[in-house]
Design a protein around this ligand. Structure first.
Ligand code: SF4
Ligand code: SF4
Length: 372
């Protein structure tokens, strides 16, 4: 993206379509209020993006993501907004644009999948694999795995590259490698993974030790599968490998805090990142007043490197300055939790282990994927 962050953030929007959800996941931090983004708020945000990207001369790009709660509870609005945005964005010469929705999958049907295909909408599915039933129940407390598995099959037929977004709850860390295997057997080619955080979960030494063992197993599977004909992407490893190859620091590559994206809450207020949506003191403007550049600079100034990290050789590849991860784990944007630090060290070590094997084998698919 461009060098001017004030332009960058205005061409990459996330619209929080609703705070409501039809699930009640064990780690969820959403309040599940019946709040939906009014159409005029979303249209104002899209108009701002269109105005901003139409002024960019070099490599114009735009992305609009729809977020929740469960965004597909506002499916009809999303269909309207995508159609509205396509109508405007398609008139801008050379513009590359895309839409993105991360959904729990229950409200997907073939009609919506076809709509997504036609309109450059990327669908990512949140699914916790074998931990889905104990962790991701619906609002009535019912299991959801069987239903979401069916939706996954439907999705993969149209979008074989669908990314699974898996969240690991500490009580179910022992299911990580079996879950990755399960996805692979279902035909999935890319799995992303984050650790559940916040007041509803508690990681301890024991659960982290289990997670480490599980990720060791995932590393072996990753090596084995990538030696075969089908590529399999385990995103936490691949991000670390790419950071190394491109010599781009992990924070700049992945942390969007106030620079590369704008989150628009249902009430039209802007936030620097999904984690901070609705939190007091973190609003950085609104659709009616525009971005508050001073507030953005003030927040950025508070996001400083933790003293403990000074001198660590892993700094360029570690997300130690990710405001969202730090705030989620410690309540402080600039304090890294012991868990995050250990997790970063673990994923970097395992990613390097896998990369060393696949590169020494001169694995052509892996090398092309990492270097392109
Ligand atoms: S699907 Fe997402 S928003 Fe809904 S309860 Fe689960 S984590 Fe929360
Ligand atoms: S590995 Fe730990 S000490 Fe090193 S930069 Fe990351 S969080 Fe800081």
């Amino acid at each position: 993206m461009g060098k001017d962050p004030t332009v960058d953030r205005k061409r990459n929007l996330t619209l929080v379509m609703t705070h409501q959800c039809n699930f009640d996941c064990k780690y969820c931090l959403q309040k599940h209020e019946d709040v939906y983004m009014p159409r005029e708020t979303a249209v104002k945000a899209i108009d701002m993006l269109v105005d901003s990207v139409s002024k960019i001369k070099e490599q114009p790009k735009a992305q609009i993501s729809f977020y929740g709660g469960e965004p597909l509870l506002a499916r009809k609005e999303i269909e309207y907004l995508v159609t509205y945005a396509v109508e405007k964005l398609s008139k801008i010469p050379d513009l590359k644009y895309a839409f993105e929705i991360t959904t729990n999958g229950t409200l997907l049907d073939q009609e919506f999948i076809d709509f997504a295909k036609k309109n450059h909408v990327i669908l990512a599915l949140s699914h916790d694999g074998l931990a889905q039933d104990p962790v991701r129940v619906d609002r009535g407390g019912n299991y959801t795995k069987e239903k979401v598995d069916q939706k996954l099959q439907m999705l993969l037929k149209t979008f074989p590259e669908t990314i699974i977004m898996m969240t690991v709850h500490p009580e179910y860390a022992s299911m990580v490698s079996a879950s990755v295997k399960f996805f692979r057997e279902k035909g999935v080619r890319a799995v992303s993974m984050v650790l559940a955080h916040g007041e509803r979960v508690a990681w301890d030494d024991e659960s982290f030790a289990v997670l480490s063992e599980e990720l060791e197993k995932v590393e072996k599977l990753y090596e084995e599968w990538n030696k075969g004909n089908d590529a399999f992407r385990f995103i936490p490893f691949e991000n670390k490998i790419r950071n190394y190859i491109r010599q781009k620091d992990a924070d700049n590559a992945m942390c969007h805090f106030g620079c590369h994206k704008l989150m628009v809450d249902a009430d039209g207020k802007y936030y620097p990142c999904t984690h901070f949506v609705g939190r007091d003191g973190f609003s950085i403007g609104s659709v009616s007043e525009g971005t508050d550049e001073k507030k953005i600079r003030d927040l950025e100034a508070k996001r400083v490197e933790a003293k403990d990290c000074e001198g660590c050789v892993l700094r360029p590849r570690c997300r130690h300055t990710c405001a969202c991860a730090n705030h989620g784990h410690t309540g402080d944007m600039s304090r890294v939790s012991a868990l995050q630090c250990e997790y970063e060290q673990l994923t970097i070590r395992l990613a390097d282990q896998a990369a060393a094997v696949l590169i020494s084998d001169e694995n052509p698919r892996f090398i092309e994927r990492m270097y392109k």
